[in-house]
Ligand binder design. Sequence first.
Ligand SMILES: Cc1cc2nc3c(=O)[nH]c(=O)nc-3n(C[C@H](O)[C@H](O)[C@H](O)COP(=O)(O)OP(=O)(O)OC[C@H]3O[C@@H](n4cnc5c(N)ncnc54)[C@H](O)[C@@H]3O)c2cc1C
Ligand code: SF4
Length: 546
Amino acid sequence: MPDYDVIIVGAGAGGGIAAAVLAEAGKHVLLLERGGWIDLATTGRDHVRNQRISLYGHNAGPEIDGNPRVYVDPRGEAHTVRPHEGGYNNNAAAVGGGTPVYGAQAWRFMEQDFRMASLYGVPEGSSLADWPITQAELEPHYERAEWQIGVAGEDEGNRFQAPRRKGYPMPPVPPTTSSRILKQGAESLGWSTFPTPLAINTVPRAGRDACIQCDHCVGFPCPSNAKNGTQNTMVPRALATGLCELVIHAMAERIDTDSSGRVTGVSYLVEESGTIARKTATAGVVVSSAGAIETARLLLNSASEMHPGGLGNEHDLVGRNLQGHYYPGAQAMFAEKVYDGQGPGVSISSCQFNHGNAGIVGGGMLSDEFIKLPIIFWYRSLPADVPRWGQANKDWMREAYGRSSQLMGPVQDIPSPDARVTIDPAVRDKHGLPVARLSGTTHPETLKTAEFMRQRAIEWLTASGAIKIWSTPPTLGLSGGQHQAGTCRMGDDPRASVTDKWGRVHGHDNLYVMDASLHVTNGGFNPMLTVMALAFRCSERLAANC
Ligand SMILES: Cc1cc2nc3c(=O)[nH]c(=O)nc-3n(C[C@H](O)[C@H](O)[C@H](O)COP(=O)(O)OP(=O)(O)OC[C@H]3O[C@@H](n4cnc5c(N)ncnc54)[C@H](O)[C@@H]3O)c2cc1C
Ligand code: SF4
């Protein structure tokens, strides 16, 4: 008898949902999470050490020391980098994964996002493909994610969205001064806008308070626990069953297989009273929900005699097609004060240009932005002609901070098979495990889409009455980061995909992936709600069959 019905690696967006669905279906679950529980008391509010801007450190893991990755830049030079440094492409390592500190934008992908290759053809050198499922097949699971996690939005606001059977469980966040101005600008262009959907309690819900519009949001845990992630919804539900055992600070080392190649369980390293213990647990089924970079690393690090290239990697596909999002946009200064300084900040969006743009593959969504820490404004948003230091800089900051706004959004990343996660041959982490090596760039077609959307942001800001607009054209690079996805894409053909359409790894009847790795393409939207909808879909099916 195995120790557990199911072992899940990673208690993030995907893993937290799988744990609750399986435990509530009566399965005995072991949930391994390399990070711990975090809240504002543990993370603090350091403006230069957080998951939004990590100049000197970060606040939601993994630990700075002992967890390197190798990043190969577009010139081919390899750099060993720590989690808060550029090139690492960190999301987070905590119960809830990225969700305790995320911005909570909660988007459904559009119907077209699931059939990009059929709609646009496959650009030369890219691995653009259709999903093996349609938006309509995922729609009931989007609905479950919206209602069980808790999303605030306007039901009929987005006229480009695919049909939905049910509205949002909560009303949208209130408009801000800048969103009112931007709405008028969009209307003058004939563009449609609507309130940004957010996984935030706009009214008290599920025993937790409503948002108090604090002055920190993205990058930090929420002071009123109104930001909804798996850490305050699905993981507690899983634990409440008494059937889910969560082990924190537990790093899965490898997925174990027997001499026939069948998956038997997971070996992991856990911190116990200051020492590291190596443990093995057996299970009928193993689910990897470690995020797109670490799931690829785990499958590759689980190589055995029967699977010398790693699990699910018979066709050298694990780790390929790494995608995130280019996030083009523009900054603008207005004649009057437009910035309210209240969270969450983001409140208006447009899907006018997600598809149907002549000569462009896909497109993207545009929104105003999250609440901006002054240091982020200084670090990322200064026009080229403004001094970086001294009195002139201070004067400009005082004047411009409250009069500025911005528009930006994620564009369809066009996948490239050469953008990939492999195992570095030399660098090891503090446990002696080979680390992820990230290399390649997004496909050049992504740049065209990004530049097109940058121009749309400029056009919208101009129509809204901005007196000065500035931005930087996109350049070619690796795309992953907090929206990392695609490294174990799902599909019907085992020679062209890593899992089937239920997240089951081809060639294995008891190994699953349930996280952003499954995304065939990453939509022109922030990805979390799709990660969650897929986790509902795949784990409900697994619960019925294991
Ligand atoms: C600051 C920030 C803002 C964001 N804003 C948004 C937003 O507004 N909207 C949106 O859609 N998305 C947003 N995201 C991204 C979102 O958080 C991710 O898309 C989502 O969390 C991905 O889910 P996942 O299940 O693939 O991975 P994760 O949520 O990252 O979960 C993976 C988990 O696995 C654990 N793990 C990894 N390896 C191991 C191992 N070997 N053993 C044990 N545990 C392991 C990790 O610690 C982690 O907790 C944001 C992220 C951040 C950090
Ligand atoms: S703005 Fe609202 S949801 Fe965001 S952290 Fe502050 S209180 Fe929480």
